[in-house]
Structures are given as structure tokens and as C-alpha cells.
Design a protein around this ligand. Structure first.
Ligand code: KIV
Length: 308
């Protein structure tokens, strides 16, 4: 029966709405363009389900950080992080993130020797890990490697201040840039990294005033961790954000904990242990049963096996 409308036309109720535009994937240049427009929210991620959840929450940058060595593999520092393993984690994160810019964090000694080696290792994050940029730590001594990676068309994020891969040289995980000479050196190095072509700069454990001054002085976004509110964006380690650590683990002062997953996980596991020991798990609803016509043969089989 005709509805009196032209074929294909729909009523106002059924009118097809234009598809909701899927938020576009953020690129390194796109991230750079956010400077001065809005703050950037970044987190670390190491696995697919976490990456999918953080991406859906609107996170701009997912860093597959070498902090994985500490928060996932339980090491006291990041120095033992392996490229092989991190590329695998990067693949999981890249596959799950639809919108966020996924950045692979080059582990210790994968970019310290020659520019050629740095390019080959950075490219693994892109080709095998699906990342769209890499991050590396350090200032002027890294300029040849940064230039080489950029010349292979891989965007580079810098990292100054407390660079955890330098923990032995720095004498511990300490705030950097408290003295005027150190602060000036940080600013100078930030400018040199920008001149080399980095698209963003992580500032870790730097006094807020120093980070704000660097943020004003350079044209690329600064992403702070323990560097105050004056940065263009913030990054935290995911496990710190949600309190997922070994019982009693210490949290750095600059972390704001938005959830206490550690307590939730421990409580859930303790309840599970109690239920299993009491025979309260699984219930009938959590078990499978045979089809009605199979019940008799199964019973017969069980009976027969008793006589064997
Ligand atoms: O590895 C990491 O998680 C990092 C962030 C702390 C910036 O480098």
C-alpha cells in the first residue's frame, strides 16, 4: 500500500539520521595543533582492554610507556624494559584504540648508540606495534637520533626533567630544575629539541614555574607529569591513576588517584576464594547441564563405569 510519499522517502519518525561522525584519530600534527586551544589528557596503557576503555573515555594520547617494567613486570626501575616485549604491548594498544594517538616509548639503550639503530628500533613500534609516534628521553645528546628518526618520517615526542632511564646518572628519582642553572639548561634543551622537530614534550618532575616558563617559550605542547598545572597537558601512569599496585605500594606525590582498583581486586579475589572453599561457586546457573535426551545415556555410562 502506498503511503503517498515518493519511494525511498521516510516519515519524520523514521527519517534516517546522518551517521554520528566517528571522532577522528588524533595524529601527531593534530596533537600539536591543540596547543593554546584545550588541554591534552594522556595516560599510559599496556594492553587492549585498558586501551579500549581509556580511548572510549576520550583520552588523547596513549603512551605505551617503559614504566610497564615497573607497574606490570614489578621491576624497581625502567632500565630492563625490552623492545621486543614493548612492541607486542604496543600492538595490543594500537589495535584497541580508535581515536587516541598511540605513542611507543623507546626503552633504554634502543636509541643511545647510533642514529641507524635508533631508526630501526623506532620503526619497529610503527611497523609491528602500529604506533604513530615514538617518545625518547634526553636532551642535546639525543639530537642526532631525533633527527634520524624524524628523517624516517616517524614523529618524535621528547622527554626532559626527571628522565627515569637516567636514574643512575641522576642519583635517584629526583625533581629536576630546582636551581636556576638547571632550569635554564632545561629551557635551552627544550628549545633545541623543538628546533630538531619534536611534536610534543613530556616534562617530568620539574618545578611548576619552570614547566610553565618552558610551556610559554616553545611552540609545541608540553605534557607534564609532576610538573604543575601550567603545562599544555598532563600524563599519568594508568596504574597510579586507578590505584592498581601491590598492597602497600607507594604512590608519588604528584599522582591523583581516581579509583582504588587495588582494594576492589583484593576484595573480589578474597570473596572468590571464600566461595570456592565453601562450595558456593559455581551455582547451578553458572554450570552447564546435558540435554534432556542425553541424561539417560550419561546416567547409564556413569553406572557402567562404576562396574568397570
Ligand atoms: O614510561 C612512562 O610511563 C613515561 C611517562 C611517565 C611519561 O615515560
Amino acid at each position: 500500500m502506498s503511503n503517498g510519499r515518493a519511494p525511498g522517502a521516510s516519515s519524520p519518525e523514521t527519517q534516517e539520521k546522518p551517521p554520528v561522525p566517528r571522532a577522528q584519530r588524533l595524529t601527531a600534527p593534530g596533537l600539536g595543533a591543540l596547543k593554546g586551544r584545550r588541554k591534552i589528557a594522556a595516560l599510559t596503557a599496556y594492553d587492549a582492554p585498558t586501551a579500549a576503555l581509556l580511548d572510549a573515555a576520550g583520552i588523547d594520547v596513549l603512551l605505551v610507556g617503559d614504566s610497564i617494567e615497573m607497574v606490570v613486570y614489578g621491576a624497581p626501575d625502567t632500565l630492563g624494559a625490552s623492545l621486543e616485549r614493548m612492541v607486542g604491548h604496543a600492538k595490543a594498544v594500537s589495535g584497541a584504540a580508535k581515536r587516541a594517538l598511540v605513542v611507543g616509548d623507546l626503552p633504554y639503550l634502543t636509541y643511545h648508540t647510533t642514529p641507524e639503530e635508533a631508526v630501526r628500533n623506532a620503526a619497529r613500534f610503527v611497523v609491528e606495534g602500529g604506533c604513530r609516534a615514538v617518545k625518547l628521553e634526553g636532551g642535546v645528546q639525543r639530537l642526532p637520533m631525533i633527527r634520524a628518526i624524524l628523517s624516517a618520517e616517524i614523529p618524535v615526542m621528547g622527554h626532559l626533567g626527571l628522565t627515569p632511564q637516567s636514574v643512575n646518572a641522576l642519583g635517584g628519582f629526583k625533581v629536576q630544575g630546582r636551581r636556576a642553572t638547571e632550569a635554564r639548561r632545561l629551557l635551552d634543551e627544550a628549545k633545541k629539541l623543538v628546533d630538531a622537530g619534536i611534536f610534543a614534550l613530556v616534562l617530568e618532575c620539574v618545578p611548576a614555574e619552570v614547566a610553565a616558563r618552558i610551556t610559554e617559550a616553545i611552540p609545541v605542547p608540553t605534557i607534564g607529569i609532576g610538573a604543575g598545572a601550567g603545562c599544555d597537558g598532563q600524563i599519568l601512569v594508568f596504574h597510579d591513576l586507578v590505584g592498581l599496585g601491590a598492597p602497600g605500594a607507594r604512590t608519588p606525590r604528584f599522582v591523583r588517584r581516581y579509583a582504588d582498583l587495588g582494594a576492589l581486586v583484593q576484595k573480589a579475589a578474597a570473596e572468590y576464594v571464600a566461595d570456592v572453599r565453601a562450595g558456593a561457586f559455581p551455582s547451578e546457573a553458572e554450570s552447564f547441564s546435558v540435554e534432556a535426551d542425553a541424561a539417560a545415556p550419561v546416567a547409564l555410562y556413569a553406572a557402567g563405569s562404576e562396574h568397570r
